[in-house]
Each structure stands twice: as C-alpha cells, then as structure tokens.
Write a protein that binds this ligand. Sequence first.
Ligand SMILES: NC(=O)C1=CN([C@@H]2O[C@H](COP(=O)(O)OP(=O)(O)OC[C@H]3O[C@@H](n4cnc5c(N)ncnc54)[C@H](O)[C@@H]3O)[C@@H](O)[C@H]2O)C=CC1
Ligand SMILES: CC(=O)[C@](C)(O)C(=O)O
Ligand SMILES: [Mg+2]
Ligand SMILES: [Mg+2]
Length: 348
Amino acid sequence: MAKLNFGGVEENVVTREEFPLKKAQEVLKDEVVAVIGYGVQGPGQALNQKDNGINVIVGQRKNSKSWDKAVADGFVPGETLFEIEEALEKGTIICYLLSDAAQIEYWPKVKQHLTPGKALYFSHGFGITFNERTGIVPPADVDVFLVAPKGSGTSLRRMFLQDRGLNSSFAVYQDATGKARERVTALGIAIGSGYLFETDFKKEVYSDLAGERGTLMGAVQGIFAAQYDVLRKNGHSPSEAFNETVEELTQSLMPLVAENGMDWMYANCSTTAQRGALDWWKRFRDATSPLFEELYDNVAAGNEAQRSIDSNSKPDYRENLEVELTELRESEMWKAGKTVRSLRPENN
Ligand SMILES: NC(=O)C1=CN([C@@H]2O[C@H](COP(=O)(O)OP(=O)(O)OC[C@H]3O[C@@H](n4cnc5c(N)ncnc54)[C@H](O)[C@@H]3O)[C@@H](O)[C@H]2O)C=CC1
Ligand SMILES: CC(=O)[C@](C)(O)C(=O)O
Ligand SMILES: [Mg+2]
Ligand SMILES: [Mg+2]
C-alpha cells in the first residue's frame, strides 16, 4: 500500500500498479461474485467485472425494467442472470447493490444465504452504520467490506471504457476469513476503480451523505438557483442568466479546476475576475458554513438516513422522486439550459 501525502497528511492508498488486474483475477478466481440489484451501480460494477474476466452473476427481480436491461447488456437468464434468491445462493461474494432502502426489505433473505466464509459487499456504509434503523447485522463468520465508487455508476462504466478508473473508498468492517482485505482490494480493482482510498464504514457514509446533500448535488443547485433568480429579477434574460450561472462553469471553468486546481482556474481568468472572486469567496464560505454544520449534524444524528429510508421505502417512491425531478426540469433555469445545451456542436 502506498503512503501518499495529501496536503501534509499521510494516507494509505492502493494503486493499480501495486495491485494489478492480474492479481485481482487470481484472488477472485474461485469466487462467484453475485451483484444483487441492477439499478445504477449494479450495471457499472457487473459489466466492468465481466469485462475484467471475473466470474460475475446478476440477481434481479424478473419482470422488471432492470432485468430487461441486464439481458440487453449481455447477462444470460439461467447462466449469469437469476432471480435474487438464486443469485444469493450461488454467490460466494454478495455485492448488495439494491437501493439503501430496499436493502432493509431483502435483508432477511440475504442473511439466510450468508453461510460461513462468504463475503458481504456494500458500496455504501449506510446499512451497517445505521443498523439500528436498517436491522442489517451480518453473522460473525462472513467477511463484510465496502468499495464505494466516488461517483455515479454511469461514470464508473464510462471511465472504465475510456481506460481510466473512477476513484473509490474501501473499508473492511469484519474479517472472518483472514482474507477480507485481499478480497475487497481485488473487488475494488475488478469493478474498475482507479485508486482505492482507505476509510471505515461510518466515515464513508457520513462524508457521502454530507457531500451529496452539500456541494455535489444539493448546495450546487441551491446556489445556482439563487444567482439565476437575482440575475432574472434584475432584468437579465434567461440565456444570459443561465450562461453566467451554469454553462460557463461546467463547460469552461470547472474543467480547468478539475485539471489543475482553483488557483489555476483563477489565474486563467481576468485579473478583474480574480480580484472579485478572491474578495467574495470567503463571504460565501462564511454564509454557508452554518448550513453545512447543520447538515453534518443531521447526518450524524441519523436523521438524513431515516428520511431516506422512510421516503424510499414507499411503494410509489420512484413516481414521487420523478415529480420532484420534473419540477426541476421544468423550471425556467433548466429549460433555458436545455436550449443552451442544444446549441453545442455535439448536439446539433
Ligand atoms: N447510484 C450511484 O451511482 C451510487 C450508489 N451507491 C450505493 O450503491 C448502492 C446501490 O445504489 P443504486 O445503484 O443507486 O440503487 P438503485 O436505486 O438504482 O436501485 C438498485 C436496484 O434495486 C432495485 N430495487 C429498488 N427497490 C427494490 C425493492 N423494494 N425490491 C427489490 N429491488 C428493489 C431496483 O430495481 C434496482 O435494480 C446503494 O448502497 C447506494 O448508496 C454508491 C455510490 C454511487
Ligand atoms: C454518485 C454518488 O457517489 C452519490 C452522489 O453519493 C450517490 O449517488 O449516492
Ligand atoms: Mg457518493
Ligand atoms: Mg451517496
């Protein structure tokens, strides 16, 4: 394991150089990896493993869209695609990739098939960390670990196909066989991770829930909406407000940040912009940090987990989410965005 220096702090990182795919294939050669659930992470992880020569099967409810998708993706019913229970029985490593809420409902069945020596794999610290709410308490004689790709399953697959890897966190919760670490590392490489960052279940889920509610998804939409509305109230057109809020950020400036950091993006903008951004960023930090504190406290108290369990356990949870996604899509800002996107050369 490589020790790398992150801004002055040393951390353990597994690199593909020290744990190449060949080694992962060797470690997993006698395993049947059962990917349970074929939503967003399921396809990415199952397809990458299949392409990496791992013995992978998929468990999914028959007569569902996800079943049909698995078939379309090349999984063969009766050979590599099974009903959930059958896959649970066949798998020696159970990749539990139902939604976090659905994992609660299926847990009694999963537990039944966790015979000694098998491994239970998650892509989130949710079920275990909040086990007082989820009831997910694995037997002591199985390995329990996670690999959590730090991004969408869609990106995991896309980056794999581009010969790049998406970075993932990994953690071992329970090592019953003495091989948990080797198994989890091999799986991390096999699903198409670039680098593997070590963490524990609680840290993974706290940071993940905070991040997605915060800057990654919740806060970013909030700050976009606030700026867009102020521009519109002051007489700017939708296209001007959208371009100055979203399009320039995603198309021009964020790629520069991704490539070389914030200071470099700033340095490639005007000195006028630099002066203003350097003056204003700390005020935005100070204005939002109480909200981030509140968010983290709610995550740590289990309130965010509970809200997600309650809401996503309802039979009509998909339809309800769709109503809210439609509201976003139908807002003036994102309708303006649709028109702006249509002007990109790749879209016309
Ligand atoms: N979506 C993503 O890209 C990421 C997800 N994760 C984690 O990976 C795990 C899987 O997440 P997703 O792929 O987003 O899940 P998802 O919401 O796409 O659902 C996965 C599968 O569960 C099935 N499912 C839902 N409710 C069910 C029920 N009541 N009974 C039977 N099957 C049901 C769906 O049909 C689907 O095939 C979660 O722990 C999540 O936190 C981690 C990183 C990113
Ligand atoms: C994509 C990801 O890592 C998230 C945002 O945490 C999630 O989908 O749960
Ligand atoms: Mg995440
Ligand atoms: Mg998440």
